[in-house]
Design a protein around this ligand. Sequence first.
Ligand code: ZN
Length: 539
Amino acid sequence: MAQRSVVIGLDGVSWRILDPLIENGHMPRLASMREKGAWGLLESTVPTYTPPAWTSAITGVNPGRHGIYGFIEGHAQNERRELVHSGRIEAPTIWEMARAQGVRSGIYNVPLTYPPRELDGWMISGMMTPGWGERQRGFASWDKGSSDLEARILKWAPDYSVDMSADWERDWRDAALAQRALDVLQQRHTVLERLIELDPVDLLFTVIETPDRLQHVYYRYLDPADPLYGSKAGEELRPQVVRCYEAMDRIVGLLDDFATDGGAIVCSDHGFTAWESSAHTNTLLQQWGYLKLKAGARLMQTSAARKAVPLAKRVLPAKVAREAKNRTFAAVDWEKTRAFASPIPQQGVFVNLKGRERFGAVEPADLPSLKAEIKRKFEELRGPDGLPVTDRVHLSEEVFKGEALDGAPDLLPVMRDHRFELDDELFHKEPFTDYGHLPRGVHHPDGVVVVRGPGVGRTSELRGSVMDVTPTMLYLGDLAIPEGLDGSLLKEAFDRDALASRPPRSTAPPTSGPRDETSPYSEDEEKQIEESLRGLGYL
Ligand SMILES: [Zn+2]
């Protein structure tokens, strides 16, 4: 017999921010879930970004098996780069696992669920759904009538937003983003309340994207350990941002109540930290001789041309800015280039491998030694302060296991506990740009988890991976766990007696439903989504 189980996903939250909010009484529902349950750290995927991480949370497998590494497929060598979408997820999902056991699901606002897939239950797609700010269509799926559900949602929340955009370059200056976030949170609350009343499913997986947007923009004003926390701007803006976390807590309460007789998990896809600096990976690779520019390209390296790209990023539409960036990549001499930076959300380096890359120049036999050599270069690298800057360099074979390796970077360096973010720009004179004076944040692998429900013990020492969310949610729902997942049940969350009396059951992996790999986006929709990704600093 299934029992209700609910995931309340808070995109990007970390205890560094939630702890003081809980202490000061702003999140009473989360506080009470922690008191009654098991909680701790949930480690994100490598790379530590929303698309691979939430996809691991809903599939229970690593990116090497679900195939999602970022928001956009391809890199500087691809003529046409496609936005990723739900049809690209190559592993069975939690709603397919539930369906195989006769359980209906509700999937709300999970990134990368557009186009919403057909399922037993309902799905409202999240980040990467086109068309916000106007009449929405095609964002809902319901086994009792998709268009009926869409019409209802637009009645409950007439200007329903499928995603919340932010502009990392401007929004930190005032509280307008926090005000918008509060409106979006109110919509999320209303729509969720009505959805669980309309069709109270047994398995409910929800994501609230607003904490990620707020923390990209205001992180240092929210982390008491940061010097900017006590600054004048911090003191002024923080109360308005805190109201958003209070609104999130009311959503936590709504969903925790919905799961009263069952189990609930609060989790994030990754945590956050202060954004200290950008590391211009292509500049480093050029200095080390792995990336070569064409002879004539020197002319493009005048200071005017160097400024062109950052300037374009600030004032031009995303499409024009991207074209400007693509034009700069025309300066790369691919025949003589052995390695180049991957796009920002992948945080890594591609080897220019023959047979894999369009302009491949490196023989497959040379791949392992070249990777080892580049790894060493990063390990020896010193930061702007003259001290070592690289904590570690992940090699693809160490972090990605599976057949879905298209688009996986070969090396993924981590610098200064993730406070340095790698980018793929060309033509920087210096390898680092300091952003330490701004309040903005970047992703960190330490996310959060709280488990509450029957058989759950009390501990604050829980340690798990974002891949553990799927099996733990299934167990809380009294469902069998498919064999062969990379994640596993968070056993430490449960009393030993409870586990013994109800041991986890396993089952054969479900077959994935039909999925369409072709892009669902029109050119206009692509443009709009790219604009929003740029607002988060990803393009
Ligand atoms: Zn995220």
